[in-house]
Design a protein around this ligand. Structure first.
Ligand SMILES: [Zn+2]
Length: 573
């Protein structure tokens, strides 16, 4: 997955080297097809015709053989007539049988040549009709090479040799281990997960624990969650202990908190867990109610770095500290409960809605905890990582792979550049409008309370309309340059005697009336730059600082010079 998920790019990539466990070398029978490895893109009409009501997923996990024995009972309502049920499932997981509304289908009624499971219905299902399919399958799920960047199952072991298993499939999608609609908009309304493991191990899951049943030396953990992201459904197995507490929300509800940590990590786990309430309070104060308060805020320790699995965030940062006073990985993944899980991008082309906001939450939390020095220090870290080679938003439907492809897509800019853009937006429209725009984006309403909203989809234009509405200004020009151009706006300066002329230049000559602060001597002047230019009297020898409070994201040749130098230095080494 090159630089896939959620991470804070380079700084965190370094930390991978220190991970304690490594997936076992294991060869899947065949590599998954391109169809399976992709997630999202244009949705086939047969899938767009379905409403996904319920998924009932059973997994028996064989840690010794690194395989699963599984069945999935999926319930749909047809929104328009269909003759086939089209699902996504890795063809390496062999199907032993399919039932439709309780009746076994002959093997000729279905095929899965390339990861697209096509089930021919005995009769046309009319609009409004309901359908329940049970698919029995199993085998060796695709093994991640370098999770979470390259997704799949991670079959690992603890230091004392006990199985420690996790899945992470954001880049490839749910079809790596269950039959699903592998699209951002393929979320089922409700998912029940049953995970059967040896009794000595635990299997924490998404949502609420409904019950645990024992049979012989096996234990089945039954979890239930509403509206999970398709890639959020996760398998986690290990010798876990759990820390639990209730969080008293400012909104009056109580939110169960759970941290499933590896036996032996108790002291560090307790320290991390002690930070959960402050983190929750930050998000509830700045953004709004924790979206899944009636389920839980959950975290599980994983043998990979991390992933935003809804109500059970994957945490594999080894309790690392970095001087900011909080765990950046945990805070970033947790931010996705709002930006990713509550608000889901309509298409992966809009993925900046997950990652730019998700990344901006770390500097914002730094400011909340420790003030401006930490906030700007964070932003500065991000600034050095911008690439500016491809626009953040293309305007066309994309697979997740295409977004991360640095040769043709925005790649890491959806994190760092987008976060810096949000900083500039905040300076431009002020805190009140900025946070109001986020609330409207996340909850579809200005006044969210627990129970008054549901997970939603949004695209880039939805957010742009919201910003116009809450700020009272037409700000399309702002996003046209930052999201739809690759290059950053450039400020050209000219001196004629005492007169300083400033002019914005954009990649495609688009207008960019971005106001600009200029400090001359002791005075800060704000130039409106209405037509993209501004003039100011600057007597010779005066102190002159352009944008003294670092409000505007723009091209800075010294940053590029540093990036080039670093790159050359790296190559020489
Ligand atoms: Zn992220």
């Amino acid at each position: 997955m090159s630089f896939r998920p959620h991470l804070l790019a380079a700084s965190l990539a370094l930390s991978l080297a220190a991970c304690t466990s490594v997936p076992l070398n294991h060869l899947a029978p065949r590599a998954p097809t391109a169809q399976t490895l992709n997630t999202g893109g244009t949705m086939p009409a047969e899938q767009a015709a379905l409403h996904f009501d319920h998924a009932d997923l059973h997994f028996s996990v064989d840690t010794a053989n690194q395989s699963i024995d599984a069945s999935a009972t999926l319930s749909f309502t047809a929104e328009s007539a269909i003759d086939v049920l089209l699902l996504d499932l890795d063809r390496n997981l062999s199907i032993s049988g399919i039932e439709l509304d309780g009746h076994s289908l002959p093997a000729k009624a279905w095929s899965n040549p390339d990861g697209r499971l096509r089930i021919t219905l005995p009769a046309t299902l009319d609009a409004g009709g309901k359908l329940q399919a049970t698919i029995r399958y199993g085998g060796e799920p695709h093994v991640a090479k370098h999770a979470p960047w390259d997704g799949g199952f991670v079959w690992s072991h603890t230091a004392d040799g006990q199985p420690w298993v996790a899945s992470a499939v954001q880049g490839e999608g749910c079809d790596l281990f269950w039959p699903c609609i592998d699209q951002p908009q393929g979320e089922p309304d409700l998912v029940d997960t049953f995970v059967t493991v040896p009794r000595a191990l635990a299997a924490p899951g998404n949502g609420v624990l409904i019950g645990v049943t024992d049979e012989g030396d096996k234990r089945t953990w039954h979890w239930r969650t509403k509206h999970p992201d398709t890639y959020a459904i996760a398998i986690n197995v290990g010798p876990f202990e759990v820390l639990k507490a209730d969080y008293a929300s400012r909104y009056g509800n109580r939110i169960p908190m759970e941290f499933w940590y590896l036996r032996g990590h108790e002291a560090q786990a307790k320290q991390l867990f002690a930070g959960f309430p402050r983190m929750l309070d930050f998000f509830e104060q700045e953004i709004g109610p924790y979206p899944f308060g009636d389920e839980k805020m959950g975290v599980v320790e994983t043998p990979h770095l991390g992933m935003e699995h809804q109500t059970l965030n994957a945490y594999g940062n080894n309790y690392r500290k970095d001087g900011y006073g909080f765990d950046r990985l945990l805070q970033h993944e947790f931010a996705h409960e709002w930006f990713g899980n509550q608000l889901t991008n309509a298409d992966w082309d809009d993925m900046w809605l997950h990652e730019s906001f998700g990344t901006y939450m770390q500097p914002l939390y730094s400011q909340y905890l420790n003030g401006d020095m930490d906030y700007f220090s964070w932003l500065r870290e991000l600034r050095l990582m911008l690439r500016n080679r491809h626009p953040i938003v293309s305007g066309n439907s994309k697979t997740e792979e295409q977004v991360y492809d640095e040769t043709a897509g925005p790649g890491q800019d959806i994190y760092n550049k987008g976060a810096l853009m949000l900083h500039s937006l905040r300076q431009l429209i002020g805190d009140q409008a900025f946070f109001a725009s986020i609330r409207q984006l996340v909850y579809s309403r200005p006044d969210p309370k627990p129970g008054s909203f549901k997970p939603r989809y949004a695209n880039t234009n939805d957010y742009l309309s919201i910003v116009d509405q809450v700020s009272g200004h037409k700000l399309g020009w702002f996003f046209d340059v930052y999201l739809r151009d690759a290059a950053l706006p450039r400020l050209v300066q000219r001196r004629d005697g005492d007169t300083l002329t400033l002019r914005w230049v954009t990649e495609h000559g688009k207008p960019f009336p971005m106001p600009l602060d200029v400090q001359v001597g002791d005075t800060v002047h704000t130039l409106p730059m209405n037509d993209g230019t501004g003039q100011l009297r600057v007597p010779a020898g005066s102190l002159l600082i352009i944008d003294p409070r670092s409000k505007v994201l723009r091209d800075q040749p010294h940053v590029e010079a540093f990036q080039q130098w670093t790159e050359q230095h790296r190559k020489r080494k």
